[in-house]
Design a protein around this ligand. Sequence first.
Ligand code: G3P
Ligand code: CA
Length: 354
Amino acid sequence: MMNSYKLFRFFSRLITIGLCSGFLANSALSHGADLSDKKIVIAHRGASGYLPEHTIAAKAMAYAMGADYVEQDLVMTRDDRIIVLHDHHLDQVTNVRDVFPDRARKDGKYYVIDFTLAELEKLSVIERFEVSDGQHTPVFKDRFPLEESKFKIHTFEEEIELVQGLNKSMGRDIGIYPEIKSADFHRQEGKDISRAVLKILKAYGYTKKTDKIYLQSFEPPELKRIHDDLLPEMGMDIKLVQLLWPADDGEWIKKKGSIKEIAEYADGIGPKMSMIISEESVVGNIQTTGLVSRAHAAGLVVHPYTFRVENTEIPAYAENYTDLLHIFLFQFGVDGVFTDFTDRTVDFLKSSSK
Ligand code: G3P
Ligand code: CA
């Protein structure tokens, strides 16, 4: 059964699709057509193009740049606290090897769940790096320098307080976009991360569809559990987004009925860019998978990831970052984007609306 919010989105999409079906069918739209409600800019891990991801500094910067939503990836500590970090291990964004040299598991990794919050607070958060032969190499060489990185891990509550505090002091009302990471891994470790996250959301007033929050997960069974069991049990009904990863979901999502299945429990999808535009596309010959129009027809919003300005991150079919945004937001009509570069994306949308 669709609730009233879903019905509203469903009919607004139907009207949009009805008006635009002629050229949606071709998926080769003229530049400049804005077919949807307000497009949203989601600050992916904060202003992570400029400051180490998921630090409070990166979140404050993204806020100041004009993000509509700030993203939090969430994992759980040994003492059941929820912290904001992309992975359930610490290896690529902290100095854990230096501070706790003997706390790695047999696979050589340092797991958040093996540390208390007090221990994690002793670490420095560092610009993301790869380790090879004991050497640290930044993933993005022109971003914040590794050697200058001395930021701290913080809790989900601290980040919500930052966003809500800035909403008050800046007179704005931006949202949060938390992702429950590795629910299955947490369960195997005896932790129910989803329940713990929902408890925090409820305490901070995020309880209804109209609240400024999207809750996301890559795990369909977990998102269904949140929708079917946890939200009703906790008296909550917030917007849910099913993330999609090509290796896991790429073939399944092409099948008839897959989108309808998602629409039964979620309000939107978060696909990788390549699930919307084929990577074989070139400038002037863009091949769409049709995912956006299928999702819109089912009443789902579409928020693809991850938009970055570095040359290595611009697909062959786009001339540059602005062109890439134009293609996704206005040619193919996605409803928002996850970006490391909130400033460039906000500027693009402002100039497009003139
Ligand atoms: O959550 C959507 C976006 O963040 C892409 O996933 O791997 O960066 O958390 P990831
Ligand atoms: Ca994420």
